[in-house]
Design a protein around this ligand. Structure first.
Ligand code: PGA
Length: 263
């Protein structure tokens, strides 16, 4: 795992956006995995700015989102389709026909999950998957106890996740308790993984993810198995890590190496 610790959420957003921009510049038809939630919003704003200033074009990009609420139509204001349109797709030059999100309104959700897996394979897998992390260590909607080998399927959300996401819903609005989500196995198949975390409320989940045992009790700990997973953290999210100084040292050494190679 590469652990990058930055001063604040703005720096996290910029660092994450740069990785995506470089990926698209290298491979215009990249297959990108996107995430919803509060954390990626600042990074999406950076990508919007980069697209509008013509630094990058999403014209050939294909995207797959991690998850979607079960039972919400794509037009529902709380659906993740709506979220992605509102916070990213409507402001960049991506072809929306090439943006995939699990079908929350499918009459046969299990078949929709299988179709989703097949579609990802059709595009030869995901080049970079973006992740947030839940306070309980979830990635996507893979809650604690999810199989570390799981594929896209329907999952029941924990009370903690429902409460954490309640602020997106108004008091009289129906909040789904189930979702379709890529599995942990699906996520681990991505060629690269970028996890963003900011704020003190994520510090203990980050500690469990990086320094805890590999366990279904913390789904994000499965990233320990991935060869190219990068965690981009602000100081608050990194604050409970035991080996903080070592992670900073590694980054400094890698930077030195890179500078020497570029000379
Ligand atoms: P958040 O959610 O960015 O809204 O904190 C992260 C997640 O649940 O994956």
């Amino acid at each position: 795992m590469r652990i990058v610790i930055l001063p604040d959420p703005t720096a996290v957003a910029r660092f994450g956006a740069d990785i995506f921009v470089q990926q698209i510049q290298k491979k215009p038809a990249s297959v990108l995995g996107f995430a919803t939630g509060s954390t990626p919003l600042a990074m999406y704003q950076q990508l919007i700015n980069d697209c509008q200033s013509k630094k990058v074009s999403f014209k050939k990009v294909i995207s797959f989102n991690l998850d979607e609420y079960l039972g919400l139509a794509t037009t529902h204001q709380q659906s993740y389709r709506y979220f992605m349109n509102q916070h990213l797709f409507d402001h960049i030059d991506i072809d929306k026909n090439h943006t995939y999100i699990p079908r929350g309104d499918a009459t046969d959700p299990a078949a929709a999950c299988q179709d989703y897996e097949n579609k990802i394979k059709e595009y030869d897998g995901i080049d970079i998957q973006l992740l947030g992390i839940g306070r309980n260590g979830h990635i996507g909607f893979n809650e604690p106890s999810s199989s570390l080998m799981s594929r896209t399927r329907v999952k029941t959300l924990t009370r903690a996740t429902i409460e954490d996401n309640a602020h997106f819903f108004s008091a009289d609005e129906y909040q789904p308790h189930m979702a379709l989500t890529m599995g942990i196995g699906t996520i681990l198949d991505a060629k690269k993984i970028i996890l963003l975390a900011t704020g003190k409320s994520k510090a203990s989940a980050i500690k469990a993810c990086v320094e805890g045992p590999l366990t279904a009790a913390c789904p994000a700990s499965a990233l320990q198995l991935h060869q190219q997973a990068t965690l981009i953290l602000d100081e608050d999210a990194a604050s409970e890590l035991n080996d903080l100084e070592f992670y900073r040292h590694i980054e400094r050494e890698n930077l030195k190496l890179k500078e020497q190679m570029e000379k």
